[in-house]
Design a protein around this ligand. Sequence first.
Ligand code: GLC
Ligand code: CA
Length: 554
Amino acid sequence: MKRRWWKEGVVYQIYPRSFYDTNGDGIGDLRGIIKKLDYLKELGITIIWLNPVYKSPNDDNGYDISDYQNIMDEFGTLDDLQNLISELHKRGLKLIMDLVVNHTSDEHLWFIRSRSSKQSPFRDYYIWRSGKNGRKPNNWKSFFGGSAWEKDKATDEYYLHLFTKKQPDLNWENPEVRDKVYKMMKWWLDKGIDGFRMDCINMISKEAGLPDTDECDSRKTLRTRPFINGPRVHEFLQEMNTKVLAGYDIMTVGECAGVTTEDAMKYAGEDRHELDMIFQFELVELDFGPEGKWDIGQWKLPDFKNVISRWQKALHGKAWNSNYLMNHDQPRALSRFGHDGKYRRESAKLLATLLLTLEGTPYIYQGEEVGMTNIAFDSINDYRDVATLNFYQEAVGNSMDKKRVMEAIHYRSRDNSRTPMQWDSSENAGFTKGNPWIKVNPNYKQINISEALKDPDSIFYYYKRMIELRKHNPCLVYGDYTLLKDEDENIYVYLRTYGKERFLVILNFSDNISFLKLTEPGSHAEFIIGNYEVSVKTGIDKKMRPYEARVYRL
Ligand code: GLC
Ligand code: CA
């Protein structure tokens, strides 16, 4: 495959609201990010992805944009952003921004005009329909609960919103909408940003006639919905590529829920001229129950290996993978795939080993590098995420047991990853001198960056070493991936091969000692890195301690 900076880079995702507050209003800001750039440089990451920082009434924390070409008041100004870009570039780091163009805020000028009358030149910027026999235009549901249609008084018609009712969907069928979006993208690229993470980008094309969908609730059937991978989505993306993306040396990653590896090759195939890579959801949906996201199921290592292996194999040589274990929409990876109690340190390092030895660009989410964990607020009043609050209302309204509702929220809420960054052991974890917009995780006294930086054996320094290892070994970036069969269902073993170079990765995903039954390859293995003291440095010790991870060069 062609060598590219964004394949060799390591992305760090920043959720600005929770990163670092410099003016004491309890909300992270752009200046806060600038203050912490040396910390990120020390970690070794090379690309930063910023969640939306545009003007927004914050119904969905910035994913409801009212002005694409301005910065949210709480976060700072366009000058601050320009400074951030130059401070990043000075350090050899790149910046990718969130691009949220499936929908806008209902407070965006386009929507204000669109809703004002049926004759407005902006009417067709959004998806308006009249009701059917006094009912909604179809049975689509919002991802955040309730119907995806909202009736608007001014004209007595309904508009579509796949997310909250303050996030009306743009009408991509309208060429004027597309042109405005492309123009806005160029404006940002000309400011010197290095790419986009494209929000819900596989939902921009809706099936003509907006037909009813059979199964509206279960996430498992998401792919069959009339607004997922719609009929014109590839045409739109190719147009965007020709008109905008192709003119810049940038990276793009599309958020694509409900895609298979086949679909991914269409979005991100090397010769397709659409996107560079996509985020798929198979791994982070392994623990969905039959009712979907809020129905908490269990994940099993064999399925986990299967998903990763399938994506590694299918895309190799054809398209580029992106690898993430969490983000701002997911619970903390450590609490989900690792062990956030006794083996917190070991399992966080094990997950780091996995993330940084797969083919594809790795994405680290803020706090993951010091082993931050899920939060469990006792009261629903401490939660802020609109999806969580809506679920609570709906579930309690349907007389589901409150205790069970809170349990589901503790496990799944997006606020698990949105509590403030834990910088040190001072009040509010050193995140703010004021009142944080969401409470800090009380474990910040033990788990924080200042502690991690003092301890050479910390999770932080392990991430740093893994990033370093990846940077110096193209085999870990471009090499072929082979899953090795091991009968033990606690152990995950794979090989990366690149010409004559070979790395073997062994991960024990359990809190028990497990024995490696591997026969092949063996005696000449050279130990490179691991999360425990290892006495045998040549050849492989078959005994794997709880959450032990080791990388060998063969
Ligand atoms: C994406 C974002 C999520 C947001 C939603 C609507 O899934 O990652 O945070 O709520 O889109 O924009
Ligand atoms: Ca602030």
